[in-house]
Ligand binder design. Sequence first.
Ligand SMILES: [Zn+2]
Length: 591
Amino acid sequence: MKSASELSPWSLTDLFPAQDSTEMEAAFARIEESVAAFEKRRSQLSPDLAVEAFLEMIQELEAINHLAHRVHGFAALQFYADTQNQSAQSFMARVDQFFATIQNRLLFFSLWWKDLEDEAARRLMAPSGDYHYWLEAMRLFKPHTLSEPEEKIINIKDVTGSTALINLYDSITNRYVFKVEVDGEQQELTRGELMVYARHHDPELRARAYQELYRVYGDDGPILGLMYQTRVRDWRNEQVDLRHFASPMAVRNLANDIPDQVVDTLLQVCEQNAPLFQRFFKLKARWLGVERLRRYDIYAPVVKADKLYDYASASTMVFESFREFEPQVASLAQRVLDDQHLDSEVRKGKRSGAFCLTVTNDLTPWVLLNYQGRADDVATMAHELGHAIHSMLAAHHSLFTFHASLPLAETASTFGEMLLIDRLLAQETDESVRRDMLFRQADDAYATIMRQAFFALFERQAHEMIHQNASVDELADAYLKNLEQQFGDAVTLSDEFRWEWVSIPHIYEYPFYVYAYTFGQLLVLSLYQQYRAEGEAFKPRYLKILASGGSQAPAQVLSDAGIDIYSPAFWQGGFDVIERLVKELEALPVV
Ligand SMILES: [Zn+2]
């Protein structure tokens, strides 16, 4: 088996030959035709609809979505490959507009389905096979669904309301320019470029980077805060007042199909474990030779180990770590390369960062990387290929049920990273590089677990405060208190961090989304611990979790694997893994 030896762009020919091909125009025409045909079936919808007709309709809907995903996937991937390409931009806009219209025309089916009486729904659902959970999950929203005209009005008003507000927030914040002095030279940077310095070994530069970040956000703080208040009020008006969710967070929990009680337990266990990361920050202070860490220092490297990995050997390491775990997993990842679905090189205009996009269940996923040879880039390769593996293992499910829901979506990706890190640690002979890796693991655990949990806790509080008419300054004060609780006496906070919350796009765009990161990471730590303890015996159970995709409720998938997400002890198990890592670090002699 070979792995990738050279950086390369991807090919989109598995989707369409080109944007302006006859195949593409045929696809638009075909979607339009099928939607029109589907609309004609509307009159058939009734509580005594025959099962055959019902299943036929679902299959038609699936076929429409299947083709729509191909068109949309092509438009998105082409755009990400070159975001400055104007023809790709306008094609993307055409596709977005087209699908918004299509979605509204198809809306009647899901509304009818949610509105149907229980008995009729049970009769139709019973023989629906793989569609069962999708149908069931839709009906969870029955008590929160409005009439068709009301739903349509919300959709239309959202375009110029909350969606426009979020676009405005993005437009304002994406054009920020950050000025910082590096090596005596004044630089003008994007946020992404600026925050590279949060991990720089020069403490003064780290401080300057953060001060500049929150100077810029803080200057607009009152306006960005006002936008947040508006978003939060809109959220409550719709979700709590109109749709009757019990709380602003409950709507996210239902979309994730995670019971409110589980989320409460998860966040509680996180709060209780704040002292664990405080202990890690105190240890890090000793390594950095300072009395107490400043907030600027929490991601500081403890050693100057800037080891670079060439692409060929990085790819070999990733594939070997997968193969060592399970050859089938490695062969699935190999398909991404063989089908030329990997864009790994750095190019001007290409979207930054990394992602894996699964267009449909019958196509190998596409993976975008910007490989530059740092240890992080190697981990990212393992992470994104992990996503691809997850999709392919669940590909036998329908288009509607193969995608894992949010809290499970990071399972294979994070697990893949851990397999890689274990292998790197086992092979690395340079002690300083090994130390660097271990510290990074703890840094990352902080960033994905505790930081996100405290964001969610802040959101919960902020939604309530705004309901009680809190001002922007009062929210900023509450945010500083949230940080004080998180860091205790282990980290010195400076006042500009009061504006951190207005710099987090997630809390504007997807309220309460962030706890899914906490959920996913703690879950994987526990799973990985089981793998270490059980070896071979663990693998079928793990692969079954992945292969179930989104075909069952997360609590069900996990309980089949012997995991009880209602139990605080389960979540504590994830923190116990981190505690062992911190102990291991504490045992190292400080150099
Ligand atoms: Zn991911």
